[in-house]
Ligand binder design. Structure first.
Ligand SMILES: [Zn+2]
Ligand SMILES: [Zn+2]
Length: 186
């Protein structure tokens, strides 16, 4: 597990959204702690989450237990985010680990997000930030450059997304058959 715990916590919140569990909580109701179901994951908020007024209830990366202080304090309770009580959840996770010592909730539930090339719209990348090259326009897939289309020129791509699009349109209008060539940027 990486040492950047804040990053892991943010990812686990993303996973929660992915799974459609968008229960919100207030950062001030959050107490950093080791996951009580598996003991393999540390629940902690990063500075961005601390600044929000409400956040998705974080979810353990290793076992999938959803952060719920009430269920933590009442380990027999099924009232809360998790359908199983904390004690049952512990048993469930122990069984999973026995079946497969490498079991990891995040990996097991990961869903890729395919998306069309933001420049030409003609090629589909298999997931976010694959850093694959679009065979049509040469854009290198980078989620950050896509989210901030006027920044990050010279990183994964020589131009920012806005300028890359402009250049691609220009090349395409000059030559309708234009496609990116591997050895030689336009
Ligand atoms: Zn856990
Ligand atoms: Zn493209």
């Amino acid at each position: 597990m990486s040492g950047e715990r804040g990053y892991i916590a943010a990812e686990s919140a993303d996973l929660n959204i992915l799974l459609g569990k968008e229960k919100k909580m207030k950062p001030e109701d959050f107490v950093p702690m080791l996951c009580p179901a598996c003991g393999d994951f540390f629940f902690e908020l990063d500075e961005f989450e601390q600044a929000e007024s409400d956040i998705p209830a974080p979810q353990c990366h290793s076992c999938g237990w959803i952060y719920d202080l009430n269920q933590f304090k009442k380990p027999y309770s099924v009232e809360g985010e998790n359908e199983l009580s904390l004690l049952e959840y512990k048993k469930w996770y122990a069984r999973k680990k026995k079946e497969n010592p490498d079991y990891d909730y995040w990996t097991d539930n990961y869903v890729a997000t395919p998306h069309m090339c933001p420049v030409c719209g003609l090629y589909e990348f298999e997931d976010e930030s694959t850093f694959d090259i679009c065979p049509e326009c040469g854009w290198e897939d980078d989620d950050l450059m896509e989210q901030e289309p006027d920044k990050w020129a010279g990183c994964a791509n020589d131009l920012c997304l806005d300028d890359y699009r402009k250049r691609y349109r220009k090349l395409k209008s000059e030559n309708p058959k234009y496609t990116f060539e591997k050895n030689g940027l336009p």
